[in-house]
Design a protein around this ligand. Structure first.
Ligand SMILES: C[S@@+](CC[C@H](N)C(=O)[O-])C[C@H]1O[C@@H](n2cnc3c(N)ncnc32)[C@H](O)[C@@H]1O
Length: 275
């Protein structure tokens, strides 16, 4: 067997072990990026092979925690893809206004930037008191950051530009207080957000939603897992409600495609059909 093939076996054994011991299922993640992240983690922790690390990963919660943090890509930004947030404002929020109360699920929320962006949109559209945002992620460490609502001022510059491109109605500085090198998001934004741990590979849905955002998460999944996750979303979306995916993700070639209509070209924003 070539070294690459041996490594492939080691990856499979490790992922099987992680699933059985820690309950986290990475077996259906896209292999190339998973392998790359695993190699980086091994290097950082001075292991020479996956087999060498396996026993400790399966026995030591802290080591597993460190690996879990490295296996997930947690990059995020406020008003990421500004045209998407502009479309959300013009095409989805008017419909949410017709409901007495709406529930929104941000799946794979990372450190919360997307959820706070959404809270800002809802605030500007007068929907704050009538919407609940559930923002979930597999990674507890990033959820902790999300709960604090604290972001570095360095990042805030980019967030401000994206907010303006997305058609923001105020000054972005209205939504945070600067303290030293950090910005604390206005507490009223966090009042409508519940941050919670949820694993899209193994957990079920939690009730009916009017809008589900799962952006830049499924690019790390293989087809089997993507289909599972889309079915989970479909189960909680009544007809007429909305599903948002990332810029590099779409329902193209997915079994659910015929049940949804795309709202705008070049943006993965869909409405569930009444069929
Ligand atoms: C690249 S970030 C995307 C953040 C945000 N949605 C955005 O578009 O800016 C991907 C997030 O998905 C999360 N994730 C990966 N696998 C997951 C799973 N099985 N269940 C829930 N979240 C997952 C990661 O922890 C990470 O925070």
């Amino acid at each position: 067997m070539k070294p690459d093939q041996v490594e492939e076996v080691e990856v499979q054994l490790l992922l099987e072990g992680i699933f059985r011991v820690w309950g986290h299922d990475f077996r259906d993640y896209a292999p190339a990026s998973l392998r790359r992240r695993l190699r980086l983690w091994l290097q950082d922790n001075a292991y020479t092979s996956i087999s060498q690390a396996q026993g400790e990963v399966l026995r030591e919660p802290e080591l597993w925690d460190s690996l879990l943090r490295s296996l997930t890509v947690n990059v995020s930004a406020m008003f990421r893809d500004p045209q998407f947030f502009a479309a959300l404002r013009s095409q989805v929020l008017p419909l949410l206004k017709t409901y007495a109360f709406s529930k929104i699920w941000v799946a794979g929320c990372a450190s919360g930037e997307e959820a706070y962006s959404l809270a800002i949109l809802l605030h500007e559209e007068g929907l704050s008191g009538r919407c609940q945002i559930y923002a979930t992620d597999i990674n507890e460490a990033v959820l902790q950051t999300a709960r604090t609502g604290i972001y570095s001022l360095e990042k805030i510059r980019g967030f401000t530009a994206a907010y303006q491109s997305a058609g923001g109605r105020a000054a972005f500085s209205d939504y945070y207080t600067a303290r030293y090198d950090n910005a604390l998001m206005a507490p009223h934004l966090g009042e409508n957000i519940v941050f919670a741990a949820h694993n899209l590979s193994t957990d079920g849905a939690f009730g009916e939603m009017h809008l589900v955002l799962c952006r830049n998460v499924m690019i790390y999944f293989n087809t089997t897992l993507s289909e599972r996750v889309l079915t989970l979303f479909d189960d909680c979306l009544p007809a007429g409600c909305f599903l948002a995916l990332g810029q590099k993700e779409s329902l193209h070639l997915r079994s659910l495609k015929p049940r949804y209509k795309a709202l705008q070209r070049d943006i993965s924003l869909y409405q569930k059909l009444y069929v």
